[in-house]
Design a protein around this ligand. Structure first.
Ligand SMILES: O=P(O)(O)OC[C@H]1O[C@H](OP(=O)(O)OP(=O)(O)O)[C@H](O)[C@@H]1O
Ligand SMILES: O=c1cc[nH]c(=O)[nH]1
Ligand SMILES: [Mg+2]
Length: 207
């Protein structure tokens, strides 16, 4: 599986803000928004463009735009903190929604919302979720997308555990990963270490 680690001093600075336990909800959301801009920018670096002819105030000019804007799919709750900035970067994108909450005992994904276009043939899909821990939530989302004929899926994450990366790889699904950091691993309750805690709670409070 193709894995792009966005290694940039500005990305590292925002990630450090997010990791810091002293950062409050508003500061966490702001850093996640800034970092999402960088992740989306990098995720689209090789995206195909098409030529468009426009007129500048001076003369005609052949410019470009994205050939096929990706469908953006935030995974609720935590992915909500990425979608506004991702949409600002790709304003013509459509948006689908998936809601999943991990069972706190088993860490198994418990889906509660699915709002996606019926047919995703030929459409790149960007799944937005800051955390890839065991990979269960991302794999559930990818399976929903593959069942709708998606063949070009990008998981856009902030922090991944090696266990989650391995689970995506093992699945064999058509997926690549764009992430700011791959951390040491999971603790005994399947939280990422050093990680940043619960990305949903740190934006919105406990559920
Ligand atoms: O890789 P996994 O082991 O599946 O864990 C990652 C999932 O856990 C978090 O969501 P959570 O279940 O805490 O829901 P929330 O966003 O509502 O807080 C996170 O945003 C991912 O969706
Ligand atoms: O470390 C983790 C693992 C799962 N979900 C989170 O929000 N954080
Ligand atoms: Mg959570």
């Amino acid at each position: 599986m193709d894995c792009l680690i966005v290694d940039h001093p500005l990305a590292a600075a925002r990630l450090t803000t997010m990791r810091d336990e002293k950062t409050g909800n508003a500061g966490f959301r702001a850093a996640l928004s800034d970092l999402t801009q960088m992740l989306i920018y990098e995720a689209l670096a090789d995206a195909p463009s098409v030529e468009v002819t426009i007129n500048t105030p001076m003369r005609a000019h052949t410019g470009s735009r994205l050939a096929t804007p990706p469908l953006l799919v935030p995974v609720l709750r935590a992915g909500l903190g990425m979608v506004e900035q991702a949409h600002a970067m790709v304003p013509e994108a459509h948006v689908g929604f998936v809601g999943i909450a991990r069972d706190e005992e088993t860490a198994q994904p418990v889906p509660y919302l699915e709002s996606l276009p019926e047919d995703l043939s030929g459409l790149p899909v960007f799944v937005l979720d800051p955390m890839l821990a065991t990979g269960g939530s991302m794999l559930h989302t990818i399976e929903l997308l593959v069942a709708r004929n998606a063949t070009d899926i990008t998981a856009v994450c902030v922090v991944a555990a090696p266990e989650g990366v391995a689970a995506l790889e093992k699945s064999g699904h058509p997926c690549r990963l764009v992430v700011a950091a791959v951390d040491e691993g999971l603790d005994e309750v399947n939280y990422i270490v050093p990680g940043l805690g619960d990305a949903g709670d740190r934006q919105f409070g406990p559920r």
